[in-house]
Write a protein that binds this ligand. Structure first.
Ligand SMILES: CC(C)(COP(=O)(O)OP(=O)(O)OC[C@H]1O[C@@H](n2cnc3c(N)ncnc32)[C@H](O)[C@@H]1OP(=O)(O)O)[C@@H](O)C(=O)NCCC(=O)NCCS
Length: 246
C-alpha cells in the first residue's frame, strides 16, 4: 500500500513538473506532454530524481545513487537523491546543473544550465543552499554553502552567491549582491555595485589630458598648430537597458 502511495505521489509530481516546463519554457508551449517527457533533459533529470528520492526514502540501497549516476551520464544534470525538491521544479536546457545532497528546493523554482547548488568545502551536515519558492536562478550561477535564497528572488547569470539572499530581490555579480529589492534599486553609499569606477579608463583619461596639455605648451613654444586632443570614451555602457534579459 505504501508503494502505491509513493507511486501516485511521484506521478503527481511528474505531472506538475511537465506543467512547469510548459509554463516557463516558451519552446514547450506547443509541445505535447509526450514530446516534453521524451525530449526535455531537465524533465528526465527531475523524473529520475523523484524515483531515486522515493527509493532512498524507502531505504533501498545503491539503486538511488546508480539511477542518479546514469541520469547524469544521459542529461549532464546531477541531482543527489537525498536532496529535497518541491513540486514544479523546471531545469531549462540542463547541462552542467549540480544539486548537492543537503540542498532544499521549494516549489516552482526555475534553474538554467550550469547552475550549482553546492557546498564550500569538506564540511559535513547541512552544507548546500536552501532555495525557497518561486526563485529563478540564471545560467552559470553558483550558490555555495548553507545559505537561504528568499522566495521570489532572481539570481543573475554567472553570479557566485555565498550569503543569504532577501526575498523578492535580484542578486547579481561575483560575489553576488542585491541590486533590487521589491523592484527598487538599492540605495546608500555602498549599494551601487554595478556602476563601479573603471580605474583603467580613468588612468588613460588622466594621461590623455596631461599629454594634451603638454602638446599645447609645445605648440605655443614652437609657434605651431596644437595636435587634436585624443578623446577617451568610457569602455563600457554604464546605464541603460539590460542586455541580459529578465
Ligand atoms: C538578473 C536577471 C534575472 C534580471 O533580473 P531583474 O530583476 O529583471 O533585473 P534588471 O534586469 O532590472 O537588472 C538589474 C541590474 O542588474 C544588472 N544585471 C542583470 N543581470 C546581470 C548579470 N547576470 N550580471 C551582472 N549584472 C546584471 C542590470 O544591468 C541592471 O543594472 P542597472 O541597475 O544598471 O539597470 C537577468 O538579468 C538574468 O541574469 N537572467 C538569467 C537569464 C538566463 O540565465 N538565461 C538563460 C537562457 S538560455
Amino acid at each position: 500500500m505504501a508503494g502505491f502511495h509513493t507511486l501516485t505521489r511521484v506521478a503527481r509530481e511528474v505531472r506538475r513538473d511537465v506543467h512547469a516546463a510548459r509554463e516557463r519554457d516558451p519552446a514547450a508551449r506547443t509541445a505535447s506532454t509526450g514530446e516534453i517527457l521524451a525530449t526535455w533533459p531537465g524533465i528526465h533529470a527531475v523524473l529520475a530524481y523523484r524515483v531515486a528520492h522515493a527509493l532512498k526514502e524507502a531505504g533501498v540501497p545503491l539503486i538511488p545513487r546508480t539511477l542518479s549516476m546514469v541520469t547524469r551520464v544521459i542529461t549532464n544534470i546531477e541531482i543527489h537523491p537525498a536532496a529535497r525538491i518541491g513540486q514544479g521544479l523546471f531545469i531549462d536546457h540542463g547541462a552542467g546543473v549540480v544539486i548537492g545532497e543537503t540542498a532544499d528546493i521549494g516549489e516552482d523554482v526555475t534553474l538554467y544550465q550550469g547552475v550549482t547548488l553546492g557546498g564550500t568545502g569538506f564540511a559535513t551536515g547541512k552544507r548546500h543552499p536552501t532555495v525557497q519558492d518561486n526563485v529563478t536562478i540564471g545560467s552559470g550561477a553558483k550558490l555555495l554553502g548553507p545559505i537561504t535564497i528568499g522566495h521570489g528572488a532572481k539570481i543573475g547569470a554567472n553570479s557566485v552567491v555565498i550569503t543569504d539572499v532577501p526575498p523578492n530581490s535580484t542578486v547579481v555579480g561575483v560575489p553576488g549582491h542585491p541590486v533590487r529589492v521589491d523592484g527598487r534599486r538599492m540605495e546608500g553609499p555602498d549599494a551601487d555595485w554595478i556602476h563601479l569606477p573603471d580605474p583603467i579608463a580613468e588612468a588613460i583619461q588622466a594621461l590623455s589630458s596631461r599629454i594634451g596639455a603638454l602638446e599645447r605648451m609645445v605648440a605655443e613654444l614652437s609657434d605651431s598648430e596644437p595636435a587634436p586632443v585624443a578623446e577617451v570614451r568610457p569602455l563600457r555602457q554604464l546605464r541603460g537597458t539590460n542586455p541580459a534579459g529578465g
